[in-house]
Ligand binder design. Structure first.
Ligand SMILES: Cc1cc2nc3c(=O)[nH]c(=O)nc-3n(C[C@H](O)[C@H](O)[C@H](O)COP(=O)(O)OP(=O)(O)OC[C@H]3O[C@@H](n4cnc5c(N)ncnc54)[C@H](O)[C@@H]3O)c2cc1C
Length: 450
């Protein structure tokens, strides 16, 4: 049989095609199911073997979403791409896969296996039972029904391509395969089996690897935030990180923890912070409490307020001051007010006396207050530990994998899918969806040649 796309012939030995999938996470299990279905459609006699290093497949699915599994996000593929993947090259790469196996397709599959789901108001989709392992089990049972051979507690050590066949060495018996689908996941949360084996295997097979770094990780600052701020949240503020003249920023809720920062803004920006730290050694963090206003606009607002409320203490004003107010002014507080616990720090960092009134505030003092409101200092970060990221960015270079098929452009009949690839999605179910979709594409395409 002949593959037109890369011009490599595969002779099916003993009339049976052997497909080996390495890694039994979302991507690997999805690939195995899709491969079996594609083989049945094409009436290809095919053995499908899934090698998983853990005692059972689906370990990471079972701990995802705090044990509840935010399995996907509601919306069209275009909406998911826009909301879930901020980097254009990753969006372009994932486009085909997300259209090929969408969140609707994933939910249909889960519903057909008795896993009912609920959509939260923010669009996140969870199993109705609130039990992440129900998702992993649904996939595992389907694999068994489809006669996918699961070899668990089997760690693959190497894959070599020889004379059109793959030789797979592992802690179990050696295997040969016509097609290999590599789905070993990322490099974080190593206790779930993801220690980066797939990167070593892919590199040995000629692939370039983008150095992995943490994404969706809590931020730990060199000096912990003051204890009195631990647990407060800045609603809809902008978290800003800067290093060596480069600035990155993310809008969203920011949570102060006892070691640094978490919450959607921190998790989302962690990938960029990790990159800044790698390039420059460290990054400085700020919160912009007035992200809708330029410094000049904010100065006008403060000036107007000072004229009208001269007798009011600045501290009292800050206690009722909206956080991230809309352009219109200070009358509305759509995101609540500045947390009271933060006010003494704003006053202190702006070098103001605690009881100063608006009428006593000099121009320079107003400017210093403005600077703190626009750049509230949050500390310095040296490193975002890789293992703590819910996902890892970096991995197999996207340019070396065909986005329509997930086939390696370097080694024919090798398919690569899931978090092992150099993409990372936002919080919200996008990462599992991307793993299921790229896995599905790999499994379907692997059999398409026949
Ligand atoms: C704590 C946590 C919570 C998360 N919550 C969510 C969430 O709610 N929603 C969401 O969308 N995403 C979430 N994610 C991210 C999401 O789980 C991953 O992006 C997704 O599971 C990646 O799927 P994958 O199949 O590519 O990799 P994995 O699911 O990591 O699967 C890879 C598999 O390969 C196996 N493996 C590795 N090396 C070898 C080897 N040498 N031989 C054999 N097997 C090997 C591993 O044991 C593992 O089972 C979360 C991640 C974490 C860590």
């Amino acid at each position: 049989m002949f593959d037109n796309s890369i011009g490599v012939a595969i002779v099916i030995q003993n009339n049976s095609l052997s497909v080996v999938i390495i890694g039994g996470g979302a991507a690997g299990m999805s690939a195995a199911i899709a491969a079996r279905q594609a083989a049945e459609r094409a009436s290809v006699n095919c053995s499908i073997t899934l090698l998983e290093r853990n005692a059972r497949p689906g370990t990471k699915i079972s701990i995802s979403g705090g044990g509840k599994c935010n399995v996907t996000h509601q919306g069209t593929p275009a909406e998911l791409l826009e909301k879930g993947f901020l980097r254009m090259n990753e969006r372009r790469f994932l486009r085909n896969a997300l259209y090929g196996f969408s969140s609707t397709d994933l939910l249909e599959l889960l519903h057909s296996r008795g896993v009912e789901t609920e959509v939260r108001p923010d669009g996140k989709v969870f199993p109705l039972s609130g039990d992440a392992s129900s998702v992993a089990m649904a996939f595992e049972e389907l694999l068994k029904e489809l006669s996918v051979k699961i070899i668990s507690s089997c760690r693959v050590r190497s894959v070599e391509s020889k004379n059109g066949m793959f030789q797979i060495t592992s802690t179990a018996e050696p295997l040969t395969a016509d097609i290999v689908i590599l789905a070993t996941g990322g490099v974080s949360y190593s206790k779930t089996g993801t220690t980066g084996d797939g990167l070593i295997i892919a590199r040995k097979m000629g692939h370039s690897i983008k150095e992995p770094s943490a994404a969706l990780a809590p931020i730990v600052t060199l000096k912990a935030p003051p204890a009195s701020l631990s647990g407060i949240s800045l609603r809809s503020a902008a978290l800003v990180a800067s290093a060596a003249g480069k600035t990155v920023e993310r809008r969203g809720d920011l949570l102060f923890t006892h070691r640094g920062f978490s919450g959607p803004a921190a998790l989302s920006l962690s990938r960029d912070i990790a990159e800044l730290c790698r390039e420059s050694g460290s990054a400085t963090l700020f919160a912009d409490l007035f992200p809708e206003h330029t410094p000049a606009e904010l100065d006008q607002l403060l000036l107007q307020h000072a004229r009208r409320h001269g007798a009011q203490m600045v501290r009292k004003f800050l206690q009722i001051c909206p956080i991230a107010p809309l352009k219109k002014g200070l009358s509305e507080a759509p995101h609540g007010t500045i947390p009271t616990a933060l006010v003494p720090f704003i006053i202190r960092y702006a070098l103001l006396e605690i009881d100063i009134t608006w009428s006593a505030l000099q121009k320079e003092q107003r400017h210093s207050l403005l600077t703190v409101l626009k750049r509230f200092p949050l500390g310095t970060v040296r490193k975002v530990p890789l293992d703590q990221g819910e996902v890892s960015a970096g991995g197999v270079d996207l340019g070396e994998v065909n986005p329509k098929t997930m086939e390696s452009r370097i080694t024919p009949n090798l398919f690569i899918c899931g978090e092992l690839l150099d993409y990372a999605g936002e919080i919200g179910g996008y990462n599992l969806q991307a793993a299921f979709s790229t896995g599905w594409t790999a499994g379907t395409s692997a059999l398409k040649k026949y």
